[in-house]
Ligand binder design. Structure first.
Ligand code: NAD
Ligand code: UDP
Length: 339
């Protein structure tokens, strides 16, 4: 299958990997990104890796007129929508900015799509919509809730998309709920490039290993888990991206709203990740245990069997690949795309 896919936020971490895999699968890719949390260098590297070119527009998805121009210039088959703000802590400090960028941005995109009769969208949702789940593994029918503005934007956008599908049966919408994406492309050329102090575990661990930060703070070791530290379902970003390619390939047959968990089904604790990283990188990762981080839950992992059934997709990479690939990217690009 081929055709034109519009990727919003395609210069970012997950977007750049997905753009690469879409190109390799034979799609033409158009990226729109305001580069607020990314660099064009990621797409230059995607072009080198794939030997194909990406059509890029620097724009903010809230600028509907500019989006409309993109739709008028290209006959777009489907949209993969990553663009938005994603820092949980920051979202509590500047909630209006999160609602505006994530929700208004999505409304602007949907209006442009509607105008050009493009009604196929794959949306980046998150396991955060499960709040503090009553049990694990989590299936898609678990109750959803949010504990911070970032999570609420995901929840509301899911609801908006459900309303849209009810209002018009011509929409094909796939909500992908990511668990914890980590790792990088095996080439070491593209990866996660967080600005400032990383919020997420893996980038922080990588920066400690490369000597940019002194030690990791482990947020609590008194959870009811295997070793007291938080347990998550880490998924390789290339596996995650592959699910997007399969979603685009199958979307014509998936009318209405399809909601899928993207995880491996395995949980790892913070200390297990530190140990795996040390083994994979040969570097020490000093750490100290500190207070729990407010809002964190004890454990969370996916039942990803529905994604297998619907998309024929399942995660292939194990934790060793995830940490080794994360380390290769970090070691070769200690300052991210600035190098
Ligand atoms: P990222 O910040 O690397 O990528 C987002 C991209 O969107 C960036 O390139 C940024 O410049 C762009 N962008 C932001 N606001 C924009 C706007 N208004 N207009 C145009 N471009 C804009 O983040 P990521 O980790 O690649 O995440 C992609 C998506 O997946 C986000 O929607 C995020 O909420 C979601 N998600 C991420 C994770 C994770 O752990 N990384 C987990 C669950 C869900
Ligand atoms: N974590 C940690 N130290 C850090 C960052 C994260 O101990 O500097 C823990 C966090 O408490 C959670 C796990 O690592 O148990 C994953 O956190 P992350 O922020 O990467 O993802 P989340 O699941 O919170 O979205």
């Amino acid at each position: 299958m081929s055709g034109k896919v519009l990727v919003t936020g395609g210069a970012g971490y997950i977007g750049s990997h997905t753009t690469l895999l879409l190109l390799e699968a034979g799609f033409e890719v158009i990226v729109v990104d305001n580069l607020s949390n990314s660099s064009l260098e990621s797409l230059r590297r995607v072009e080198k890796l794939s030997g194909k070119s990406v059509t890029f527009y620097k724009l903010d998805i809230r600028e509907t007129d500019k989006l409309l121009n993109v739709f008028s210039e290209h006959k777009i088959h489907s949209v993969v929508h990553f663009a938005g703000l994603k820092a949980v802590g920051e979202s509590s400090q500047i909630p209006l900015e999160y609602y505006e960028q994530n929700i208004y941005g999505t409304l602007s995109l949907l209006k442009a799509m509607q105008k050009y009769d493009c009604r196929r969208i794959v949306f980046s949702s998150s396991a955060t919509v499960y709040g503090d789940p009553a049990s694990v593994p989590i299936t898609e029918d678990f109750p959803i809730s949010a504990t911070n503005p970032y999570g609420r934007t995901k929840l509301y956008i899911e609801e908006i998309l459900r309303d849209l599908a009810i209002s018009d049966s011509k929409w094909n919408i796939i909500l992908l709920r990511y668990f914890n994406p980590i790792g990088a492309h095996k080439s070491g050329k593209i990866g996660e490039d967080p600005q400032g102090i990383p919020n997420n575990l893996l980038p922080f661990v990588s920066q400690v290993a490369v000597g940019k930060r002194e030690k990791l703070s482990v947020f609590g070791d008194d959870y009811p888990t295997v070793d007291g530290t938080g347990v998550r379902d880490y998924i390789h970003v290339v596996d995650l991206s592959d699910a997007h390619v399969k979603a685009v390939q199958k979307i014509d047959n998936l009318t209405g709203v399809t909601t899928l968990n993207l995880g491996t089904g395995n949980g790892y604790s913070v200390l297990q990740i530190v140990e795996a990283f040390q083994k994979g990188s040969g570097k020490q990762v000093p750490y100290q245990v500190v207070e729990r981080r407010p809002g964190d839950i004890a454990e969370c992992w996916a039942d990803a069997s529905l994604a297998k059934k619907v998309l024929g997709w399942q995660a292939c990479f194990g934790i060793e690949d995830m940490v080794t690939d994360a380390w290769r990217w970090q070691e070769r690009n200690p300052n991210g795309y600035d190098d």
